[in-house]
Ligand binder design. Sequence first.
Ligand code: NI
Length: 137
Amino acid sequence: MSQIERIGVSLETELLCAFDALIAGRGYPSRSEAIRDLIRQEISDEELANPKAEAVAAVFLVYTHHSTKLMAMLTDLQHSHLLQTISSMHIHLDEHNCLEVIVLRGQVGEINKTAENLISLKGVKLGRINLLATDAT
Ligand code: NI
């Protein structure tokens, strides 16, 4: 385990009150835990600007399951990016729509490229990439 350093931070009273209200609302047990998470989030977000940074991503796709061609292309794309594709999950949302969550791992630039290829497939109605840089942990 890493060595722990103690730091002192000076804040205006109003700012501290707002911060305390924010973290209480989110359920943080302490300021330290909240500050650690905020720092990790900022470092992770900064790293995502680097296309070579290591990251994981969840790609959310909503599409109609009536297109067998699309389902085949989704599977083909995952098979051709085997090293990036960690896992996928399929949920039948309703009579017509499916949700696919595909988890990718690799460099930010490569992940974005694969995710954009998935989202831009004909028949995909909604798509979103959710990236986390893993070096910040
Ligand atoms: Ni389905």
